[in-house]
Design a protein around this ligand. Sequence first.
Ligand code: SF4
Ligand code: SF4
Length: 719
Amino acid sequence: MQEAKNLKGYKKEVDDALQNEFLRTAMDNFAVAYRTGRANAFAGMDVEALVADIAAAKDAAIARMDELFEEFKTNAEKIGLKVHRAETASQANAIIARIAKENGVNKIIKSKSMTAEETLLNHHLEADGYEVTETDLGEWIIQLRGEGPSHMVMPAIHLSRFQVADLFTDVTGEKQDSEIERLVKVARRELRKAYVEADMGVSGANFALADTATIGLTTNEGNARLVTTLPRVHVALVGLEKLVPTLHDALLVNRALPRNATGQGITSYVTWITGPNVCGSAPDNKKEMHIVFLDNGRRDLARDPVFAQVLRCVRCGACANVCPVYRMVGGHRYGHIYIGAIGLIITYFFHGRDKAENLVQNCINCGACKAVCAAGIDLPRLIKEVHARIQDESGHPLTSLLMAKVLRSRKLFHTLLRSAYLAQKPVTDESHYLRHLPFVFAQEHNFRRLPAIAEKPFRDRWPLLKTAVSDPEMRVALFSGCVQDFVYPEQLEAAVKLLSDRNIALEFPTDQSCCGLPLEMMGEKKTTREVARQNINAMSSADCDYIITLCASCASHLKNGYAKLFEHDETMTDRVRRFTSKVHPFSAFLHDILKVKADEFKPVPVKTTYHAPCHLCRGLKISEAPHALIELAGLDFRPAQEEETCCGFGGSYSSKFPNISSQILSKKLDDFKKTEAEILVTECPGCIMQLRGGVKKRGDNLKVRHIAEVLAESKRQTE
Ligand code: SF4
Ligand code: SF4
């Protein structure tokens, strides 16, 4: 559970987590195994369609939350169930404590429930004098350690078996072996006593079916069945978003939930409870059963046009499993109680701004979470929305305000870049890298070398490159993005070379500016929109058929980001639709639209590997085109492990969290080294800055090139 009050303190917590070798290895192993397990579990299924169906079913249920609650309550009361609704976490805890008191309860057993974690139920019950025992193995372990979960499905994933053996030695007073089977036996022996002695069982629920007042639980250990059947009182604490109309909806979700959570087709136990069961330990053999529905902001969220979709979450934990930042620092530093991407968002709503404001800044915007979300939630976008909301509420940091001021005016921004070229000259070496970083950057930023700003930006070179085409087959406008324009103009020149001799009228509208993604990442939403308008105007002036860009991040932001920025502005709808429909990343344009052929290139059988930029492979779902181009150019392709994992750049992220960025980069460079490739090809200047800078710093023998450069070099000259 991250506890730091300010960003500096939070960064210190994060840096400490990065030193935890065991955590890093465990997370790496898990991340790799998870990916294979998930892919196998979903093999042969139409995952996109399933996710869309789940999203639609959940959205429909969320819109009817109050109605479904009333339906559940009416049906529940007919079968002897008592139903409560708690507005807040403390009300839920108080209701459960009251039920315990009224029933003369002393000992309570619990099965795993994130909703109970959310309300800090154990603390409340223990403070009231009840003895509470968690019965899920992972939950029991963290309860004994006095910790919160570090994963929603695997709460003790951060611990080694040796740590657990030491813990069990302390608990039992006997030396315990670290063999996992023996540790499980110890837990079973200790927990059996708790089951037998308990007066009350507390569970959560994965589903609450309104038409039959049934709750459903999916578990792997069987403990939930004992918790819900053995004690004479059963209380289920359930978030209102778990209400669905029928079993059909629950089964739909359950097709994805275990597959996405742990790569299982189905969990070992799926339990459906409709009303109180016969119970030998109850005075009249009849169990007392209560359902406590928790609101805690859910009903407000259900009415929020932007954030209602977070209530679709089925708590599978997949968004953490694939997150490169979670993988580095673990759940105690990548969440408050709820962890991973969804945790970054709902922490703000369930636990308040103070708990969320550092966390939301630690998202690199790689999109990996969105790509696997069982409920199709646009997690990266909502993380940025929370960040923007927090800044609007508590004030924008000075750096963010300055950036907004500068980027709002293209002329000012470009003038500053030109001045920076002059200012950096004394510290630029002959290979166009900065010799050393300015003093303000501490040692921790020194994990990569940074390139100098080019002497002549692309926009100044363009007049000499531009050629007149009298009767063009198509009109294409080039969007450069600021990094390629001012740092890597040669990449754009390579693109111009590739497009020459093709009867294409190429334009470079010079009023274009930064795409605005860095502003959005900083929470400057208003200026992000202003800059987007400027770019739409600038590119529209070219009256083109296509807008192409060599920057994957720009492409994704221009196409998807701009559509979202103006989704509620009807005056922009048509313009934005026209604009976004024209945007294509460079490789897709060459491969899918120009349909370039192998005979246009001289084969260069150099050992080559590829890094898939996040915003290309996930943001725009383009994977085939760059691979096909590498093959067409006759390069000797050597795929790297985890080709689609983020490189750790993330724009300003790498400056804000340099130690995480550096660790992600280091892992990537190790993977590339294993391929023995001489060239690393990619399609994003940000990735190039990060990867090339890392290679240069490490002294690896690897050339990092934009795909346009590699193709332009092997292009056959036309006669
Ligand atoms: S966008 Fe990437 S870094 Fe951010 S939460 Fe999702 S997976 Fe993690
Ligand atoms: S946000 Fe999506 S991926 Fe994350 S836990 Fe919820 S359903 Fe699973």
